[in-house]
Design a protein around this ligand. Structure first.
Ligand SMILES: [Fe+2]
Ligand SMILES: [Fe+2]
Length: 363
């Protein structure tokens, strides 16, 4: 123990206090602080942190038991040892004192060696208590750090796998970052919690993960797909769900939900199930509008980027058809922030192509 330990000594007799002071002087790193008034001692303890309390049992202002009770109420969170000095040998008195929070007793008249030993032992207990508390705080911090790091790794792994799945038709990887950020903004405006916003930010990028199973000749085709090819393309939503489902990760569960539902349409004409309105999970309804918005503004193997005005006209026209009208309103309200995101995360686009296919073909 290198720090000075403050021992608050409480006794109505100043002579007795002097005696304690003399006895404790022999201990290293100890400083005695005398109080003849227990009330003043409690007042001091309110603003300061003692290391040990040495309290007389018989005091006119406040007896030792009442003192211990009030002191424990005051310092409920810090386990400061309390030693009661008493000539009482009555077992009930001692048991009461223990129940109220006393840790040890010293008998009166005080034996110097006994007092020093008990004080030293109690200070050791105090020191161990402090070390345990420090260790517990350190452990909590470490566990928090490790959990955050695991979560970061999980997010990074998901991002990289998602990017791999997008690599063939969207080689910059920015689309998947943007779509997650858009979804979180729209979710915020819809009043969803910050946890849900975060979940959508991280899970929406997985919407097209099922495209890993879509053949190149269909995925990269630069002209209109045949009905048969289109049927193959549509399989990517169920394929994505199959890849992500049954995970214990909340993030992957949300990814599975979005993969399965991001091509449903509000009017019930989407795929894979033709769900309508609120039957479609809100995550899927949000992903749908964010995905179409970003894809229309971008170059694709089959289309040029559309100007913003045409994109917003299209989105308006699809309110109640492809998109949930409530989400269209929210989307338009956060449009300036979405455009900022688009500017911040826009890498090199694939080379220019003929604009042959309209926005309905976004898969
Ligand atoms: Fe997409
Ligand atoms: Fe898709």
């Amino acid at each position: 123990m290198n720090n000075i330990n403050t021992i608050v000594m409480v006794d109505d007799s100043s002579l007795q206090l002097q005696l304690y002071g003399q006895i404790l002087k022999a201990l290293p790193n100890v400083s005695g602080l005398p109080f003849t008034s227990p009330l003043l001692a409690l007042e001091w303890c309110e603003k300061n942190e003692p290391d040990l309390m040495l309290v007389d049992y018989n005091m006119p202002e406040l007896d030792g038991l009442e003192f211990v009770k009030r002191f424990r109420a005051l310092k409920a969170k810090t386990p400061v040892p309390v030693v009661v000095v008493t000539s009482e040998l009555d077992k009930d008195v001692r048991r009461n004192a223990l129940e109220l929070g006393a840790d040890d007793f010293v008998s009166k008249p005080v034996d110097a060696a006994e007092l020093r030993t008990r004080v030293r032992n109690m200070l050791r207990v105090r020191e161990h208590g402090r070390m345990l508390a420090d260790h517990a705080a350190w452990l909590t911090e470490e566990v928090g750090r490790a959990t955050a790091s695991l979560l970061d790794r999980e997010c990074e792994t998901i991002y990289r796998l998602t990017r791999a799945s997008e690599h063939r038709d969207n080689d910059t990887g920015d689309h998947i970052i943007r779509i997650g950020l858009y979804a979180a903004k729209v979710a915020a405006l819809l009043g969803m919690s910050t946890e849900e916003q975060d979940l959508l930010r991280l899970a929406t990028p997985m919407h097209d993960i099922g495209k890993v199973g879509t053949p190149d000749n269909i995925l990269l085709k630069s002209c209109e797909l045949t009905t048969a090819e289109w049927d193959v393309m549509k399989l990517h939503s169920v394929a994505g769900y199959d890849i992500l489902r049954d995970s214990e990760s909340v993030l992957l569960q949300k990814g599975a939900e979005i993969a399965l539902s991001h091509h449903e349409r509000f009017d019930g004409t989407g795929y894979p199930f033709g769900l309508a309105g609120e039957q479609i999970p809100i995550s899927g309804r949000i992903a749908a509008i964010c995905d179409v918005f970003d894809a229309l503004l971008s170059k694709r193997p089959y289309k040029r980027p559309w100007p913003l005005g045409r994109v917003m006209e299209y989105i308006d026209g699809q309110s109640g058809l492809h998109f949930d009208p409530r989400i269209v309103v929210a989307f338009k309200e956060v449009l300036p922030e979405l455009l900022e995101i688009r500017t911040r995360y826009s890498g090199v686009e694939p080379e220019d192509v003929e604009d042959t296919i309209d926005g309905n073909k976004i898969a």
